[in-house]
Design a protein around this ligand. Structure first.
Ligand SMILES: NC(=O)c1ccc[n+]([C@@H]2O[C@H](COP(=O)([O-])OP(=O)(O)OC[C@H]3O[C@@H](n4cnc5c(N)ncnc54)[C@H](O)[C@@H]3O)[C@@H](O)[C@H]2O)c1
Length: 343
């Protein structure tokens, strides 16, 4: 800890918030001052990670304190909007876990509060800070892969079942933020079909299709009712194909595979030739994405920079989620994605 350390409170220290507690407490440029959680059981778990921290039951105590510069909001999604707006109005920088909010109206209220207070406000779109995703973006934008035809993302496992959000809102922000970061454009339509198996009205499994005005499609499979944990994103491009597998040791594989169209051919069957070449596994830095995300947040505050995962990117993701939710209600009818002025 230095004199210039950022003084931080983590609000919500459940299954995921404890990871923020660990990261914030262990970084040199931040000091964990307080953790807020209304559940008293959480205190022991927090103290096992950060023994000297203040444990509070109500976030208002943090907002009223001049001894806190920034907050991480890792409480349930339905509480994000109110807590984020209160934090911003109390002049705190905020890192808000995904999803930013449960609807576009609440998301835009947070954007307005951040603009008014001129504080750094960032969404926890963790995948955008993943070294494999950063490399994938460089590859795509360098032209080395050719042009993108389509992509396919799978995020499935068994549990954790939530009742306050469905698999779309719980898992979807990861894939949608990654795709937004890679493609730098918003889909024009989205269709979604799903199934509520375990609880009425809460989809455990959702299949999404995004269509872009530029011709590409993105397909996403989300489920917490599936036998194996899979976290895989496949990009099929005209020159190469790439697979990002986040549960594998080698996270990124670049396949020199595809079809070529030779300029000359003598027989009908030769007008497309199969290319089945080498597989390249690039070396990636071994960095925990949550730590990279935190360091990015601290740097943005220190340098007055705009985060890569700023609120505008979060609003784009919420726009797609809202359109997908409308489509789910109509069993897959494609819905236009409304692009907000704030996105
Ligand atoms: N980025 C990721 O990879 C990732 C992974 C898991 C969860 N998340 C997100 O993190 C958030 C929390 O998820 P979780 O799995 O830890 O949920 P959780 O239910 O395990 O924990 C939430 C905690 O917040 C506390 N809480 C509730 N209301 C509060 C309030 N007003 N103020 C302070 N604390 C409050 C609860 O007591 C609980 O301890 C969600 O938005 C979730 O989507 C992100």
């Amino acid at each position: 800890m230095t004199a210039a350390s950022l003084r931080v409170a983590v609000i919500g220290a459940g299954a995921w918030g404890l990871n923020h507690v660990r990261v914030v407490a262990s970084e040199h440029e931040s000091v964990l001052v307080a953790v807020v959680d209304p559940d008293p059981i959480v205190e022991g778990r927090v103290r096992a990670i950060a023994s000297g921290v203040q444990f509070l039951r109500d976030a208002d105590q943090v907002f009223a304190s001049d001894a806190i510069d920034a907050v991480v909001i890792a409480s349930p999604a339905s509480s994000h909007a109110a807590l984020a707006c209160a934090a911003l109005r109390a002049n705190k920088h905020v890192l808000i876990e995904k999803p930013l909010a449960m609807n576009l109206r609440d998301a835009t209220t947070i954007v307005a509060a951040a603009r008014e207070r001129r504080k750094v406000a960032m969404v926890g779109h963790l995948m955008v800070h993943h070294p494999a995703v950063v490399r994938l973006r460089e590859l795509l934008h360098s032209g080395a892969l050719g042009t993108l035809h389509y992509l396919h993302s799978t995020r499935v496992n068994l549990g954790r079942i939530r009742s306050d959000e469905n698999a779309l809102w719980s898992f979807g922000p990861h894939d949608l933020s990654m795709i937004d970061f890679l493609l730098e454009r918003t889909p024009s339509t989205v269709s979604a079909r799903g199934q509520c198996v375990l609880q009425p009205g809460v989809e455990d499994v959702v299949f999404l299709t995004l269509r872009y005005s530029t011709g590409e499609t993105a397909h996403i499979h989300l489920s917490w009712l599936s036998p194996r944990k899979e976290r895989r994103l496949t990009l099929v491009c005209s020159q190469k194909m790439v697979e990002f597998d986040d549960v594998a040791t080698d996270k990124l594989r670049i396949f020199d595979k595809g079809y070529d169209r030779p300029q000359r051919f003598t027989e009908y069957g030769q007008y497309l030739t199969l290319r089945d070449g080498d597989v390249h596994i690039p070396q990636l830095p071994m960095q925990e994405p949550l730590r990279v995300q935190w360091q990015h947040f601290v740097r943005c505050i220190r340098d007055g920079a705009t985060p890569t995962t700023d609120l505008q990117s979060a609003v784009r993701v919420i726009s797609v989620l809202e359109a997908a939710q409308r489509s789910l209600a109509q069993d897959g009818v494609p819905m236009d994605v409304q692009v907000s002025d704030l996105a």
